[in-house]
Design a protein around this ligand. Structure first.
Ligand SMILES: Cc1cc2nc3c(=O)[nH]c(=O)nc-3n(C[C@H](O)[C@H](O)[C@H](O)COP(=O)(O)OP(=O)(O)OC[C@H]3O[C@@H](n4cnc5c(N)ncnc54)[C@H](O)[C@@H]3O)c2cc1C
Length: 456
């Protein structure tokens, strides 16, 4: 089993040769810091709208090094964050508009990938959520009622038989299906996008860590970029920038990828529709059937490292691999002996209020987008189009979405941050284990953990 090496997705594609670093101070119109999906989509839409702009991307390692090249590949229409919280600030209609925009974004990602000739193994199979305990089933039904309130009226409940007709998940008591999700090979999408933005005249500097963001300036060890607009697109790595340590908490997520499964194994499982697959556990997991016939299954491992440290190459503790393997075997007992070929981890950004944000300060020229709380593959595209409109001063529907210019308080100093996150995930593990043993309702322990951590 390969452990780390960025991700299985890069094992498939190979890590591309590095682009040259920034060596000399230069002037630009727009300087984007971070070459993940946020940075690349922003560059893409700005360069498409205004080919005359001088746009540069500064990337610490290489484009797609972070979560964008490591994720579970769900291009989901989920609104990143708590819709009720956005609504409390900006009203229900704004959230319904955001949900509609997110659903459309799934198709936007697919359509731009097609138009740019990016072959990212895209499959639009929707998303199937399964409930594997009575408490999970109750939460799933509550969730369905909530979806309709936000205008997501095409999410449907499935009986246990209907779930099995799609994917035979052991002990599934029922499920829900939404058409608003596709799956991709994320490293292929990130690399294809980097090439597409270069094709539009954007310069991507790799091996170029930004140390500090100042008004109209990004500072790197060798040289600076002076620009009218400096846009931060560093998500889970934001804590490493001067002055931003407690802004967004870097949360880890880990994935295992099985060997390619045989036709006989697939025949037992079904899964011909290439749906993304998730469950209703508190310590949520996410799965895709890859184009190469493997299962990639992700979930929480060690959720957070002391002092907001982030890893370098995705290496994953053995006990995390063990717990993800257990989830795989519980869902698909016939795969208990399946070989795991690769495991890796990545880091995502969590704001204190668990809601994503996009913004631009017209005085300092500093902009930002991120804090997608684990659902950023599609949301980064919407954020990129929104940043485009903010930079260009367009009074569009996008700049009125409820995540624009959201101000949030910072996370607590250590050791409170570490203790809080670890206690929350211990509570979720306890609640999940208890719910799977009993027929009772949602465990009160999980509800308290949600309230204390700010997830409700
Ligand atoms: C394991 C895992 C699974 C996930 N699964 C899903 C999923 O299935 N669906 C979904 O919607 N979301 C998922 N997510 C979340 C999603 O991947 C992210 O929200 C999204 O990729 C964020 O993109 P980004 O460009 O904002 O950040 P990143 O992709 O992390 O990019 C940030 C970039 O900034 C660079 N950088 C950092 N610091 C500096 C600096 N100082 N100077 C210059 N460059 C810097 C980094 O090297 C990196 O390339 C997952 C995340 C992880 C970690």
């Amino acid at each position: 089993m390969i452990n780390g090496s960025i991700s299985f997705w890069y094992q498939e594609t190979g890590i591309p040769p590095l682009r040259p670093p920034l060596r000399e101070t230069l002037d630009a119109d727009v300087c984007i810091v971070g070459g993940g999906f946020t940075g690349l989509w922003t560059a893409y839409y700005l360069a498409s709208a205004r080919p005359d702009l001088r746009i540069v991307v500064l990337e610490k390692r290489f484009a797609g090094f972070g979560a964008s090249g490591r994720n579970g590949g769900w291009v989901t229409g989920s609104v990143p964050g708590l819709r009720s919280r956005y609504a409390a600030d900006r009203g229900r209609d704004a959230v319904v508009a955001m949900q509609r925009a997110m659903n459309q974004t799934v198709d936007e990602v697919i359509s731009v990938s097609g138009a740019e000739g990016i072959d990212a193994d895209v499959a639009k199979g929707g998303v199937l959520h399964v409930a594997r305990s009575p408490a999970q089933l109750r939460r799933l039904r509550d969730q369905l009622a909530v979806e309709a309130q936000w205008g997501n009226t095409d999410v449907v409940e499935l009986s246990a038989e209907e779930v099995a007709a799609r994917i035979r998940v052991d002990e599934a008591l029922g499920g829900s299906y939404s058409p608003h999700c596709a799956t991709v090979q994320p490293a292929k999408l990130a690399q294809g996008l980097a090439r597409a933005v270069e094709g539009k005249g954007v310069t991507v500097y790799e091996d170029t860590p930004v140390l500090e963001l100042r008004p109209h300036r990004a500072v790197t060890p060798r040289a600076d970029v002076r620009a009218r607009w400096v846009l931060r697109a560093t998500e889970g790595f934001t804590a490493s920038l001067a002055g931003l340590r407690r802004l967004w908490l870097p949360m880890n997520s880990s994935i295992i990828a099985t060997e390619p499964l045989s036709e006989a194994e697939w025949a037992q499982i079904g899964w011909e529709g290439r749906e993304a697959l998730g469950d209703m556990a508190h310590a949520y997991m996410y799965v895709q059937r890859t184009a190469g016939g493997r299962i990639a299954l992700g979930g929480r491992g060690v959720p957070y490292r002391y002092g907001s440290r982030t890893d370098a190459d995705g290496s994953t503790p053995q006990r995390t691999v063990g717990s993800l393997r257990e989830i795989l075997a519980a869902m698909f007992p016939s795969l208990r002996g399946a070989r795991i070929d690769h495991t890796w981890s990545g880091v995502l950004g969590v704001p204190r209020d668990w809601c994503a944000t996009v913004g631009l300060d017209r005085v300092t020229g500093l902009g930002w987008a991120g804090g997608y709380v684990g659902t950023g593959v599609a949301a980064t595209n919407l954020a990129g189009r929104t940043l485009r409109d903010l930079v260009l001063g367009e009074d569009s529907e996008l700049v009125r979405l409820p995540w624009v210019d959201r101000q949030v308080r910072r996370w607590e100093p250590e050791p409170l941050r570490w203790l809080g996150v670890h206690a929350m995930y211990a509570a979720y593990r306890y609640a999940d284990a208890r719910e799977s043993r009993t027929a009772g309702p949602t465990s009160g322990v999980a509800t308290v953990a949600d309230l204390v951590s700010g997830r409700r």
